[in-house]
Design a protein around this ligand. Structure first.
Ligand code: KG4
Ligand code: ZN
Length: 353
């Protein structure tokens, strides 16, 4: 296993990412090209435009990943690529590239589930992490609580019934006039540090539902109403806001973040109880996905996990947000179990899919 070298390609949303990872867990290279300017301009991801942006940079991103790893494609053991879930137009760009390389150099291909990659990357950053473990996966499109029994064997304990937490961070950031180039979340986290989290009373979602599901649509509406009632104008960027205006934006940011994360805490607390009934030997809760790079989220969940005598495993921020290394690593895990597809034909037409 240690001798394997796998290229991972990720294009499911707005990041074009590639990385080369060795079977022993060494990350030989990691390249990400983000569509920050497009995000800021449109306030979200427009599939057609995102597809074009991926197409423009994919060759360069993959080449850079190979160059930085000091490899050519013929040295690869396999190419791993995200095949879903995600924007189908965007996924295609990555899959086409992966098939082209795999076909030209006669290497196997491994199709990867994006959320499985977010979970399994924890076994790359924390090499001691064994199955079974629990995972809370929090990103722009998903909120998932799972019990990972074994490779490919997952029990879903909870999911979102509407929006994911990252979506709520992004919309709140947009309405507060924050810089969206980094996806909203990081800017909101920073502003929240200046605010008073008790100043605006938002109610915690799904209090009356004794399950492990999530909901962020209602909180989004509460935030929007609070912003309207304080006459905050998103057209005025925070950098030009008066100090009083800035303070009221920071207060909303802090109050939103506190409740958004309290919802995660409550669901994790219950999920741990549930998971223990199924698998009493659970020792770890993995928290991954873009929102897991948030320091406040990490600190609050660490508290919940410790209270339940478990350990928190949170990959470094660069491995939490969308990246190629998580795809390459998940490819390695599957490849080692014999789960891969044979190389595509070398002369497969470009418009095959
Ligand atoms: O996993 P990811 O990179 O892409 C998806 O699979 O969706 O997650 C992106 C999401 C975005 O909503 C972004 O705003 C959020 O993660 N995010 C954060 C932070 N960094 C990224 N949210 C809160 N705080 C952060 N520091
Ligand atoms: Zn993701």
């Amino acid at each position: 296993k240690d001798d394997l070298v796998v290229l991972g390609i990720e294009t499911s949303c707005d990041d074009t990412a590639a990385a080369v990872v060795r079977g022993n867990g060494e990350i030989l290279s990691q390249v990400v090209s983000s569509q920050g300017d497009l995000l800021a301009q449109y306030g979200g991801v427009a599939p057609k435009m995102a597809e074009e942006a991926h197409s423009q940079v994919i060759d360069q991103v993959v080449q850079e990943a190979l160059d930085k790893a000091n490899l050519t494609a013929r040295n690869l053991s396999a190419v791993a690529v995200t095949i879903g879930p995600g924007l189908s137009l965007c996924l295609r760009v990555g899959v086409r590239k992966a098939r082209k390389i795999a076909g030209s150099f006669n290497v196997p291909i491994v199709g990867i589930h994006h959320m499985e990659a977010h979970a399994l990357v924890a076994r790359l950053s924390e090499r001691q992490l064994q199955f079974p473990f629990m995972a809370l996966l929090i990103s722009g499109g998903h909120n998932l609580l799972i019990l990972a029994h074994d490779l490919g064997h997952y029990i879903q304990l909870g999911t979102t019934i509407d929006d994911a937490i990252g979506e709520a961070y992004d919309k709140t950031a947009k309405w507060l006039g924050l810089d969206m180039r980094t996806g909203g979340g990081p800017a909101l986290e920073e502003l929240a540090r200046e605010g008073d989290a008790e100043s605006v009373r938002f109610s915690t979602p799904m209090k009356q539902h004794r399950d492990c599901n999530f909901s962020y649509a209602g909180l989004k509406t509460q935030v929007r109403l609070a912003i309207e009632s304080k006459n905050i104008n998103a057209e005025i960027p925070i950098s030009s806001a008066s100090s009083q205006d800035r303070r009221s934006r920071a207060d909303i940011a802090a109050s939103f973040q506190q409740v958004a994360v309290l919802h995660l805490e409550e669901r994790c607390d219950r999920a741990i109880e549930w998971a223990r009934k199924i698998e009493p030997s659970i020792k770890h809760l993995v928290v991954s996905g873009g929102v897991a790079s948030n320091q406040y989220v990490r600190a609050r969940l660490d508290h919940v996990v410790k209270k339940n005598s478990l350990q928190l495993v949170c990959p470094p921020p660069k491995l939490c947000t969308d990246n190629g290394a998580m795809v390459a690593w998940t490819g390695i895990e599957h490849f080692c179990m014999g789960r891969f597809d044979p190389p595509p034909p070398a002369d497969e037409p470009e418009d095959y899919m």
